[in-house]
Design a binder for this molecule. Structure first.
Ligand SMILES: NC(=O)C1=CN([C@@H]2O[C@H](COP(=O)(O)OP(=O)(O)OC[C@H]3O[C@@H](n4cnc5c(N)ncnc54)[C@H](O)[C@@H]3O)[C@@H](O)[C@H]2O)C=CC1
Ligand SMILES: N[C@@H](CC=O)C(=O)O
Length: 426
């Protein structure tokens, strides 16, 4: 056969595979599952059809007749007629069982479950490589923002000074309502839940477990670092009060929960997720409601900013749709930075924080090395503390009702006074 005719055959095969509708098995029919269903219904020309839907609870009232559902996700795992499994359930442990089983079958899988991906990323990559399947998870980080493919494909070869951003829609929604409308924390949280932004257990959003999972996933693609979630400081907004919002406003700032990944001197990397005082010069200042925003500081490209809806059925369904299109084009993550020289993960730093607490013991335990500002009547203090002390006492900070926001200043734990430029980028 001539080279031309074999090329023609390959092109025809590719065209045929692109033309055949992708047969999708959907596991989970909550906010995201229904969002995807709705999008595919509105886009019949896309070339994917949901062949089967697995749900958990047979008694729950749903928008489709009961015959549309299977009540055993394993039935979809054993259905050879499905081309892709889309896993969008709210149970990370079960999600890992389903996704890892599918990858062992060499299947193509899309998931939105960041807690599951963050906990198991090394195993998932190994399964993908061993059995030849594909796992995509754009929806797991920043909803509709294509941040994973941007880091993985576009910036796969370029060193990044920092990646920092608002990666949780629910906490950003709550902070926006408190700042703009003086809403009560609890009222704003209920609104975030009603609009489908929050996790089934909203503690994951408010105590920053969810953005921590996302930071772990970003670290893999941006720096080739496979971290365990527990290694990363997560402080949230469960204890935020009007006093804290007012403190920021008086200084012309806003409080945002920022996930920061910073490349430090000597090929060291640090990652932390905390509320942060953000001023109007930062692109993150204007990222409100359930929107997310990510600033990428690249070595050669310089700064880039991505912004979009970070939560909700349709925005997240849009990310799943993009993954289905990527699967159809046989795309997979390159994880290029996993093959590059390893960075050393460090928490040996001091960070400057605003802390509001009336717990004297906690103040002692955090071990402030410098105090920048103290105002007794409002019970807050600003100063440098070791990052390791915050990691060690993060649970007690939650239960003691303390609120922390970092100022953006970071320095080595050697108490050197030079503030690291890279770490104060936002
Ligand atoms: N809501 C959002 O804006 C976003 C959610 N995600 C992630 O997407 C996933 C789904 O989130 P939502 O749709 O918001 O949650 P949801 O709570 O609205 O829906 C999840 C559904 O999964 C079902 N489910 C649980 N175990 C199941 C099983 N074994 N088999 C079949 N169904 C099962 C639950 O009954 C529930 O109906 C989660 O991992 C979440 O973290 C990701 C990005 C955005
Ligand atoms: N609960 C998450 C949903 C999207 O990931 C959030 O609020 O960001």
């Amino acid at each position: 056969m001539s080279r031309l005719s074999s090329t023609n055959l390959a092109v025809s095969a590719l065209a045929a595979s692109l033309a055949a509708p992708l047969r999708v098995g959907l596991i989970g029919f909550g906010c995201v599952g229904q969002g995807l269903y709705d999008i595919l219904r509105q886009r019949p020309g896309f070339g994917a059809e949901i062949r089967r839907i697995a749900v958990k609870n047979p008694g729950k009232p749903r928008s489709l007749p009961v015959e549309a559902f299977s009540f055993q996700a394993d039935e979809l795992l054993h259905d050879p007629e499905l081309d892709v499994l889309v896993e969008v359930i709210d149970d990370a442990r079960e999600a890992f069982r389903l996704v890892s089983t599918a990858l062992r079958q060499g299947r193509r899988v899309v998931t939105a479950n960041k807690a599951m991906v963050a906990q198991h990323l090394p195993e998932l990559i190994a399964l993908e490589r061993e059995f030849g399947g594909t796992l995509l998870y754009e929806a797991a980080v920043c909803g509709s923002i294509p941040v994973i493919r941007t880091l993985d494909a576009y910036f796969g070869q370029e060193p990044l000074r920092s990646v920092s951003g608002i990666v949780n829609g629910s906490s950003n929604y709550v902070l926006t309502r408190m700042g703009q409308d003086a809403s009560e924390y609890a009222v704003a949280l209920v609104e975030a839940q009603q609009q489908g932004f929050a996790e089934t257990d909203p503690t994951l959003d408010m105590a920053a477990f969810d953005p921590r999972s996302k930071a772990v996933i970003l670290a893999a693609h941006a720096y080739g670092a496979l971290l365990q979630p527990e290694q990363v400081l997560n402080l949230g907004i469960e204890n935020v009060s009007a006093t804290d919002i007012a403190y920021a406003a008086v200084a012309g700032q806003k409080i945002k929960v920022v996930a920061g990944l910073y490349l430090l001197p000597d090929q060291q990397l640090t990652v932390l997720v905390t509320p942060q005082l953000v001023d109007p010069t930062s692109p993150l200042y204007a990222v409100d409601d359930e929107f997310n925003g990510v600033v990428i500081e690249a070595e050669f490209a310089g700064p880039q900013f991505l912004r979009g809806r970070g939560a909700g059925g349709h925005p997240t369904g849009s990310a799943v749709l993009a993954d289905l299109a990527a699967l159809r084009a046989n795309q997979r993550y390159a994880y290029a930075k996993l093959a590059q020289p390893e960075l050393t993960y460090t928490t040996d730093l001091e960070i400057e924080i605003y802390l509001r607490t009336d717990d004297e013991l906690l103040l002692d335990q955090l071990g402030f090395t410098d105090i920048t500002e103290e105002a007794d009547e409002d019970g807050y203090i600003v100063g440098f503390v070791p990052l390791d002390a915050l990691i060690q006492h993060r649970d007690r900070l939650r239960t003691a009702g303390a609120f922390i926001a970092r100022t953006g200043n970071v320095r080595p734990a050697t108490h050197a006074t030079e503030v690291l430029e890279a770490a104060s980028a936002v």
